[in-house]
Design a protein around this ligand. Structure first.
Ligand SMILES: [Fe+2]
Length: 130
């Protein structure tokens, strides 16, 4: 499971960084993000907070909760929302290998950089409509 899940997780991770898309949610998705988290800055802060709930290595995923609302949930090791029947819209790798060379132990800076500069929200939108 761990090897298969990590292969899947990283394909999803790199795919969401394809250049050229908006680096912020737009339209209805922006409305959903803002209604759920407050605004984009609050969304980033929530992702950082959720990452702190993961003991050791893992991922933070934007997914959907049981009520159908957007949710940021932390998963340990290679776990992901797919394995528990939830959609995986956007993943943030919080294994040290994802950020240590650039940020040493400053994991929040890595999360902020991913969400502020790298994510193509068109990809996230496509995952939501799949
Ligand atoms: Fe990784």
């Amino acid at each position: 499971f761990n090897n298969a899940a990590q292969a899947w997780n990283h394909v999803a991770y790199w795919d969401q960084f394809v250049p050229g898309g908006p680096n912020r949610p737009t339209g209805d998705l922006a409305t959903r993000v803002n209604e759920t988290f407050g605004d984009y800055e609050a969304f980033i802060k929530r992702a950082v907070d959720v990452s702190d709930t993961v003991f050791g290595t893992g991922w933070v995923w934007l997914t959907r909760d049981d009520a159908g609302k957007l949710a940021l949930i932390g998963y340990e090791d290679g776990n992901n929302p797919i394995a528990v029947g939830r959609p995986a819209y956007l993943g943030i790798d919080i294994w040290e290998h994802a950020y240590y060379l650039d940020y040493e132990n400053r994991k929040p800076e890595h999360i902020r950089a991913v969400l502020d500069k790298l994510v193509n929200w068109r990809v996230v939108e496509e995952r939501m409509s799949a």
